[in-house]
Design a protein around this ligand. Structure first.
Ligand SMILES: [Zn+2]
Length: 415
């Protein structure tokens, strides 16, 4: 059994790395091949210069993500092959000889080490790559303050979730996955409610969208969908980046639609209204609720697998680690990442279907021209890739490629 286990993990590790790299290189080649000419569908909307900026930005991001992917894969291998996880675990037993805090400290230490090793990557991404294309607006102060706040939140939530997890592992060894699944689900539910109202405001300012010319259109749209009209906000995204976006989040009274100020500055009123209608479409179709059910389904499978794994000491010994509670949690998280990778195309497809539904909703209530023009502006402002490799997109795109979204609406006029 032991050789089988290590062989299986090796095969999963290799396969994921190879497929990820292959996908990135496919998209990179597509961008390079079409760089010299604006794709026919966009010839009336983008200059060659804009298209080439998007291609160059896309290629730079892909190169970055390829290097990052290999780094993470080798980091994972290094943890196991060098015995680093065992050594850390043993050291913590000496310094924190407590049945619950020791495993928690192991999980926290692994996350902290990975976070510190990831820091140069984030710094490079923000202050070199994004800056080279004119997108960065973050200062080092804001950057590190963000990290610090993130670390505090992570510690708080990590303890709130991790402590009962480990207690359950002691008290109901074979079935700890069930109570922890319940705790985890309640936590996720709570987060949907707390995130928009309490946590996101720690990082950004949110002010109600005030536009008298839009006010009527907005209240008509949101009331039609049974939504409180107070829930449309503008976020000061320009504090960090000039990338624009809009999203819908939250449940119950915490439901809100958020516009990045960077997007709003670029849109005319009818375009803003169309984007708003798209977000209301997500609400009207119940996409957040559906997402919650899907995530409950996936986490149930994940927790059952984790419970099974925790009883299989032989697998841990085969991987060269001892099955202490902390190690079980760390290995389960790593294996989860390896096993869930093939699910990405299914989840992306599901999400893209929702985007088409929200687009249709917006077109029926506002105008295809407004939405189409807003999408074009969004791509122009973000240097979004106009060229896509179909397999790369199928795997990674949560939103349909721009050409497909425009093809599905009566804009621009089709001949
Ligand atoms: Zn959407």
């Amino acid at each position: 059994m032991s050789t089988k286990a290590i062989l299986l993990v090796g095969v999963l590790w290799c396969t994921r790395l190879m497929v990820q790299s292959w996908l990135i290189l496919r998209q990179r080649r597509a961008l390079g091949q079409h760089r010299h000419q604006v794709p026919a569908a966009f010839r009336h909307f983008f200059t060659l210069e804009e298209h080439q900026k998007a291609a160059d930005y896309g290629i730079a991001r892909l190169d970055f993500s390829l290097a990052r992917t290999w780094f993470s894969a080798f980091l994972l291998a290094a943890w196991l092959l060098t015995g680093g996880l065992n050594i850390l675990d043993a050291m913590l037993f000496v310094f924190i000889p407590h049945p619950v805090w020791q495993p928690l400290a192991l999980v926290a230490s692994v996350m902290l080490i990975e976070g510190l090793l990831g820091l140069p990557w984030s710094l490079y991404s923000q202050f070199r790559l994004e800056a080279r294309f004119g997108f960065n607006r973050t200062t080092l102060k804001v950057f590190f303050l963000d990290r610090l706040k993130g670390l505090l939140l992570l510690s708080l939530f990590g303890i709130a979730l991790g402590y009962p997890f480990i207690l359950m592992m002691y008290h109901v060894p074979g079935f700890w996955w069930l109570p922890t699944l319940i705790i985890y689900t309640v936590f996720q539910f709570l987060m949907l409610w707390l995130w928009p109202t309490l946590i996101a405001p720690l990082f950004n300012k949110f002010s109600p969208l005030q536009d008298t010319t839009l006010a009527q259109g907005i209240s008509r749209l949101v009331e039609e969908a049974g939504f409180q009209s107070g829930g449309v906000y503008v976020m000061d995204a320009s504090k960090r980046s000039s990338h624009g976006n809009a999203y819908f989040t939250g449940i119950g009274k915490a439901k809100r639609i958020v516009f990045y100020d960077t997007l709003l500055q670029k849109l005319r009123p009818e375009q803003t209204l169309a984007v708003l209608a798209h977000e209301v479409g997500h609400l009207a179709h119940g996409h957040i609720k559906k997402g919650m059910w899907l995530s409950l389904f996936i986490s149930t499978l994940g927790f059952i697998a984790m419970g099974w794994l925790s009883m299989r000491a032989d697998i841990f010994f085969a991987l060269g680690v001892s099955p202490t509670h902390g190690v079980v949690l760390v290995i389960a998280a790593w294996l989860g990442g390896l096993v869930s990778f093939p699910l990405a195309p299914l989840l992306s497809r599901w999400s893209r279907r929702h985007e088409f539904q929200a687009d249709r909703y917006a077109i029926e209530r506002t105008s295809a021209q407004g939405l189409g023009e807003a999408l074009l502006e969004l791509y122009r402002g973000n240097a979004g890739s106009l060229v896509v490799d179909p397999i790369y997109a199928a795997w990674n795109y949560s939103h349909p490629p721009l050409a497909e979204r425009l093809a599905a609406m009566p804009y621009p006029a089709k001949d």
